[in-house]
Design a protein around this ligand. Sequence first.
Ligand SMILES: Nc1ncnc2c1ncn2[C@@H]1O[C@H](COP(=O)(O)OP(=O)(O)OP(=O)(O)O)[C@@H](O)[C@H]1O
Ligand SMILES: CC(=O)N[C@H]1[C@@H]2OC[C@@H](O2)[C@@H](O)[C@@H]1O[C@H](C)C(=O)O
Length: 378
Amino acid sequence: MLVIGLISGTSVDGIDTALVEISGTVESPQVQLLAGETYPYSPRLRETILQVCGGEKLDLEALASLDDDIAAEFARAALNIQKEAPKAQLIGSHGQTVFHRPPANDRLGYTVQLGRGAAIAKITRIPTISNFRAADIAQAGHGAPLVPKIDAYLLSHPTKTRCVQNIGGIGNLTYLPPRQRENWQQKIFGWDTGPGNVLIDLAVQFLSQGQQTYDHNGQWSAQGQPCSELVHKWLQEPYFQQYPPKSTGRELFSPAYLAQLREDAQAYSLSDADWLASLTDLTAISIAHSYQTFLPEMPAEVLLCGGGARNAYLRQRLLAHLGSNVKLLTTDEVGLNSDFKEAIAFALLAYWRWHNFPGNLPQVTGAKAAVLLGEIYR
Ligand SMILES: Nc1ncnc2c1ncn2[C@@H]1O[C@H](COP(=O)(O)OP(=O)(O)OP(=O)(O)O)[C@@H](O)[C@H]1O
Ligand SMILES: CC(=O)N[C@H]1[C@@H]2OC[C@@H](O2)[C@@H](O)[C@@H]1O[C@H](C)C(=O)O
């Protein structure tokens, strides 16, 4: 089956689009990436989305327009990716997260992904599945992360313990015990580790007065030295100490949050490069801390994906904190494209929904049951 996967993540940099051929069976799918593209948002749409993520108020009419503007961009991405290919039979569209509130005590979580599937189906004339997180949230789950079940099917190893670490705007991990271990599927874990690139990106934009949006290959932060006293102070953030299941977003790791870290850096008279090095080190140490604190064992291999895998300084700090017993690779090195893995995941989640196969892992999201994910718009 030819399926298109679409997602714009928490970096809000554009629409990752994957055209994939899915064969095999639902329980043993083979996925081949035929084409992958990122279609950047127009600067105006990106700005609006970031403002909404930052809590700017919208009236309902403006919300409806934004929802459909995003859907139109997603539909255009889907039409573009298959220009030179046979027509896809199905689209799985994650949409754009603009709000995420994890569940708490006796209150369900709440999550909003804009870019409604009905509009994508209408424009593309291809059946579209969207709103993947709602059914898990209705089961008292976090609705995130959803990729761990995909990782289990595509990246687990017969004899090695692996972790898959996505470093997008937010970071999230999947822990995969070896497949030969008894009941290995029940022992898979996953959660959001905290910031991926979000703090680094916000700081670079602030320091460059909007001229740069990210620290290319980590070149700027590599010129500085992390201040370990500050990094350890920052690691006291309650989210890092919270037990999984857990999920987070730009609501916590926000411009206001960064402003506090800026004040701290000024109190220590850090240079700009030292501040960036410290934020990068915080990102790395928060990931490693998550492994060392909450996993039953350290993995033999960590497979990186997401844009942060290209940040050489971040990779170096991560290796330093994970320890030399851990081998750091990218998912590309084991055959899965690291830039389009999330888009591929939503193609496969749509395929599973189409075939009535549950897409969530309750022990990861905290949901009470495994459920079908996504709403179908024919
Ligand atoms: N060459 C590079 N050097 C350093 N950082 C990079 C590079 N390329 C991409 N990035 C970082 O990766 C980010 C985009 O990553 P990605 O597309 O994986 O995020 P996302 O999918 O939006 O987030 P999430 O996974 O949280 O939903 C950019 O904002 C930038 O910070
Ligand atoms: C609410 C939301 O959009 N969460 C995203 C975000 O980006 C990374 C991390 O936080 C992950 O939990 C999730 O995305 C991926 C695709 C997931 O669901 O696995």
